[in-house]
Design a protein around this ligand. Sequence first.
Ligand SMILES: [Zn+2]
Length: 132
Amino acid sequence: MKIGPRPKFAAYRKILEKKAEEVRRSMSAQKAAQVVARLDVPSDEGDLSQQHHEEWIFLNRNTIDMKLLREIADALHRIDAGGYGTCMECEEPISPKRLDAVPWARHCVACQEAIANRVALGEYAGEFQETR
Ligand SMILES: [Zn+2]
């Protein structure tokens, strides 16, 4: 098996890099918005619960973004190191249709569904759950 960057994944590399850039940009935009909001909101007690709620949304949103960034970085690594576009569970090729929809996919549709079922049953920690 030949290891190295594969030209046929060059398009996905571009998509992944663009997506990572978008996520990073939206994260810093959120951070900036939050800093501005903090400056605007006087810290009296009436606003506190609302502020906590917004903070929670912000953190939650950021956690998803961080996870997505990590998955994109992993996918880019697999393009370089080999293994991109191959299911990590059954080692079958992941369909181009699926890669178009989720370019950072690590599993084929069948395996992803099986994993989602196991996650739903509580047999799996969230780690293998797909970020969208
Ligand atoms: Zn599979």
